[in-house]
Design a protein around this ligand. Sequence first.
Ligand SMILES: *[C@@H]1O[C@H](CO)[C@@H](O)[C@H](O)[C@H]1NC(C)=O
Ligand SMILES: *[C@@H]1O[C@H](CO)[C@@H](O)[C@H](O)[C@H]1NC(C)=O
Length: 822
Amino acid sequence: MIGQVLLLGPLLFVVTVVAQVSYTIPEEKAKGSLVGNIAHDLGLSTKRLVSGKARIFTRGSDEYVELNRERGVLLVKGRIDREALCKKTTPCALDFQIILENPMEFYTVTVQITDINDNAPTFDKSEMKFKISEAALTGAKFVLERAGDLDVGVNDLKTYELKPTDNFALKVHNNADGNRNIEMVLQKPLDREKQEEMSLVLTAVDGGDPPMSGTMMILITVLDANDNAPVFTQSTYRTTVTENSPKGTVVATVTATDADQGSNSKIKYSITNTLDNVRNIFKVNDETGMISVTGNIDFEESRNYQINILASDEGGFTDSCKVVVEVQDKNDNRPEINIMSKSNVVSEDVKSDTIVTMINIEDKDFGENGKVQCFISDHVPFHLKSSTNNFYSLVTDSELDRERASEYNITVSCSDEGVPSLSSSVTLTLQISDVNDNAPVFERSSYEAYIVENNTPGLSVFTVKARDADWNQNARVSYILEDSSVNGVPVSSYVSVSADSGVIHAVRSFDYEQIKDFQFRVKAQDGGSPPLSSNVTVKILIQDQNDNPPQVLYPVQTGGSVVGEMVPRSADVGYLVSKVVAVDVDSGQNAWLSYKLQKVPDRALFEVGLQNGEIRTIRQVTDKDPVNQKLTVIVEDNGQPSRSATVIVNVAVADSFSEVLSEVPDFKHDKEYNDNLTFYLVLALAVVSFLFITCLVVIISVKIYRWRQSRILYHSGLPVIPYYPPRYSDTMGTGTLPHVQNYEVYRTTDSRKSDFQFGKAGSQNVLFMDPCCTDTIQRKLNEKTALMRECPLSPAASLSPYRFLMLMTTHLSLRGAHMRPT
Ligand SMILES: *[C@@H]1O[C@H](CO)[C@@H](O)[C@H](O)[C@H]1NC(C)=O
Ligand SMILES: *[C@@H]1O[C@H](CO)[C@@H](O)[C@H](O)[C@H]1NC(C)=O
């Protein structure tokens, strides 16, 4: 192109036609649009143009405009973009020349391009982000990015708009350099809690017609500021807790919220109670708001608690609420038993329904847990009476007896009605005091004691013992010998009783042969007031001692005179020569007699029966046997030591009495002896009968006297010295007289006394049943024996008359038996 210009230069120089044409067209005209009628404007004909081969000379503009020589017009050749051609420069024009040849001519054409609003304002970024604290004050400014518009003039950027305008306003500053700064000004405070993110649209509008605009998003994140206080979800919380809940039990959880964010919404909880001890009992977790138990929850102390909770955030904003905690009772209190009054000792004769103890019950628990029932142990003679609520009295139920139970441990148990029930108990010890309501009781209903005769006086015989169930003085027993008489003699002359110990002493020495037994009563009396007593019968049995030697009854030993038995020489072996009869007033073994020959002539002719005392021949009598034989028989009893008696038996071995006489020089004397014997026997019988009658008279007199005395002075205790008749109580019937005979003797004695009023009661076998009469009858019996005792017979004749007679008969019959063979 330049080359062309340089090449054409000389041509222009040669032919110069200077003309200036100017056109104005808007940019962006469509291709082929008319720019200007250049032929007309230059005053050239189209022929000239064609002939002149008119063309456009340009330094680059030819792409935009073309020349139509035939029509003589300039047409738009390509797109004309003002912004591309001129940027922001105004005015914007295309300069080119139209060159003609033949002649060479050129013309300058200026095509001014006017702007059309074909560009909208634009922002560099599509969005802008801001982080603005909600605490930002109104008036705070935020610089916004400017927009740009390629167009110029009126089409250039004209205004901005910001929407929405709730919080921010737009402020545009026109700078001196023509630039404009735009700012967003906070007009209304932000509230993150209301709107955390906001987006605004900034619109830039140009001045074209129609205007065009461009937008940019403004994204605002509202930053939190601690502008909100915490708020509890409820102002009052209600909850319950059972008492004695363990530490750590969660009671409730309070919650407060804070509209702020992050650390601004961090809430701390605390308890603000000050006057009460709530802070010792509960704690609140400062972060979670969980209220738990830290202390002891006692319903009995406080039935509810009010916990004041404060919630505060870090900025110092607070809220408070209260938590009302109702405490639920638990059965944790045992009933308390209080003894209001109590007697420790109660007399055993106290009436039933007497109040012994008053009790008050208290249970601190509530409702059923505090309802109490009391009862006492079974099997005690007491019961509980419930008076007004929670007062009980313990009263006696039935009669008390110290002897059965002197002490009661009464357990009063009280239990409440809680589940599980709690109970407590108290044991009352009640002593029962004694009343003298028990008489002494002897260990046995009757006593029997043995004492060996010939005892030393003062010997302690045995001990009676009575016990008294009462106590102390009421049980202190003294023993008293009751007045009575034994055989007419006061019993106190026989025995004494030690008052303290009950030991019975023999006062005198006893003789079995005189008294075999006796009985009396001992009274035991306690020390109560009035005293109580009982009595017991004591029977003393006297035991025999071998204190009497056997007594030979036959043959009768008459000092010096010869009593003989005759044995005929023809007598067979075993001929009964004689029989030694002896008795022993002792009894039993002591009276069990045995007979032995003590001295025997050389050639033994006789033997004596060991047990029956019979003297018999043991061989045939021979002529060599001397006529007179003197046998010594020893009679021994079986006592320990044994006692004995000897008897000499003269035996004549002869066929006739004359033979005996011839042998015996003084047979005359013997005959005389026989006569004498008969005489003595008769005399003795007479004497005995006399004595007997005398005896009877004396007895009757004494009896009458005694009877009178006893009427007046029965208890005067005059000592009477008794006599004891010999009695025989043999058993075997060997050698001694049989018992039946003894009995008969007494019968005889009794029948003789049949004129006394007790004569008919002669049999000792009679059993007296009537207890009230026992004493009398006993006395009668005693008197009866006394009668017999008081008949003092000589030792020689210390046998009853009957026996005496019988012995005589025996003697005579023996004699007769001896005579008969003669
Ligand atoms: C009562 O209790 C006391 C003391 O515990 C005891 O010594 C006594 O033996 C008891 N009495 C009875 C009758 O159980
Ligand atoms: C002895 O005791 C009996 C009852 O055992 C009684 O009947 C009697 O009267 C008492 N005698 C005296 C003298 O106390």
